[in-house]
Design a protein around this ligand. Structure first.
Ligand code: PLP
Length: 360
């Protein structure tokens, strides 16, 4: 059976070899007689799955021993609260860079705990670009600087990591982590909901510099305390075991592929093909400045929005699913995460050209 290509922004496609492997292991993982979802999280079988996943993730991203890696629940949205609860550490303010819908949500949540200072905002430009370093108004007394390297809805991605000096940089990497190599040492904390490049929804990865752990706001619940999760190796309560297992299969798949350099090369080609198809046409348009175009989420509009419904229906018939843009921006959005094969992008480009030729 050939499966259709699913361009969902998340939960998103998983690599086919990962799904095959999960199916093979579903009823009997490595002779244990158990499905990974049935294992005690403290048993030796699951412990080996958990440790392998962390080791592989560390290897893929080159994460040093100065960092803790946590496998949590609650999605990236919980991190919007956990970050200030754990990282304010006596400060009354933190800097936030506002580049789109997800930054705004992070800022709104931070307001419950402190007075976020907006270091830069591209809202007046309809979130169509990423600020350059000189635009950032960083405060020397900020507890941290928070930004969203890839805005999933607007399709805007920072081409460079902002320089925040000694102030810890915090990044919501939900829709870009593992898409290419990353210098983790530039960050105080990285978090990501898993449901794009990592695995199924329900797992949230946090990579955190160990020296930032320790001081939480009064009243911080145990489940929101990084220190408690770190001390318990992410097993303070029952972790999302099956999602953790599947993420481990994704990490192993990435390693087999040649690691993040190899993944980046494929992702670069996929994005280039899709943007070229948009730019070569007068019928499709993408509003994002060239330097900040996302490799992962490509929003585009049709010259005649009345054709949106026909485009989506035709795409579905051609085996190209979930191309409708986010309700806040309209138009289309093709999310082309790691698991989207190059052939999927080529099929989309072919469909777009044919639609333009016959309907444009
Ligand atoms: N941040 C970004 C950049 C996202 O793309 C998303 C979800 O799509 C979120 C945060 C929210 O993630 P969650 O639904 O896991 O809370």
């Amino acid at each position: 059976m050939t499966r259709p290509y699913n361009f969902s922004a998340g939960p998103a496609m998983l690599p086919e070899p990962v799904l095959q492997r999960a199916r093979e292991e579903m009823l009997d993982w490595h002779g244990s007689g158990m499905c990974p979802a049935e294992m005690s999280h403290r048993g030796k079988e699951f412990m080996s799955i958990a440790e392998r996943a962390e080791t592989d993730l560390r290897e893929l991203l080159g994460i040093s021993d100065d960092y803790r890696v946590l496998f949590l629940q609650g999605g990236a949205s919980s991190q919007f609260a956990m970050v200030p609860m754990n990282l304010l550490r006596g400060h009354t303010s933190a800097d936030y860079i506002n580049t789109g819908s997800w930054s705004k949500k992070a800022i709104a949540e931070a307001r419950r705990f402190c007075t976020p200072s907006i270091a830069a905002s591209t809202e007046d430009d309809r979130f169509s670009r990423a600020p350059v370093q000189d635009e950032l108004k960083l405060s020397s007394d900020a507890a941290y600087v928070h930004y969203t390297p890839n805005e999933t809805i607007e399709g805007v991605e920072f081409p460079d990591i902002p320089d925040t000096g000694d102030v810890p940089l915090v990044a919501d990497m939900s829709s870009t982590l593992l898409s290419r190599p990353l210098d983790v040492s530039r960050f105080g904390l990285i978090y990501a909901g898993a449901q794009k490049n990592i695995g199924p929804a329900g797992l949230t990865i946090v990579i955190l510099r160990a020296d930032l752990i320790g001081e939480t706001l009064p009243g911080t619940p145990a489940m929101f305390d990084y220190g408690i999760h770190a001390k318990n190796d992410s097993m303070y309560n029952t972790p999302p075991t099956y999602a953790w297992y599947l993420a481990g299969l994704v990490f192993a798949w990435l390693k087999e592929l040649g690691g993040l350099e190899a993944m980046a090369e494929i992702n670069r080609r996929k994005a280039a093909k899709l943007y070229a198809a948009i730019d070569d046409s007068k019928f499709y348009a993408n509003p994002v400045e060239l330097r900040a175009r996302s490799w992962m989420n490509v929003p585009f509009t049709l010259a005649d929005p009345n054709l949106d419904g026909d485009f989506l229906a035709g795409a579905k018939d051609a085996g190209l699913l979930t191309l409708k843009g986010h309700r806040s921006v309209g138009g289309m959005r093709a999310s082309i995460y790691n698991a989207m094969p190059e052939a999927g992008v080529e099929a989309l480009v072919d469909f777009m050209r044919e639609f333009e030729r016959t309907r444009g």
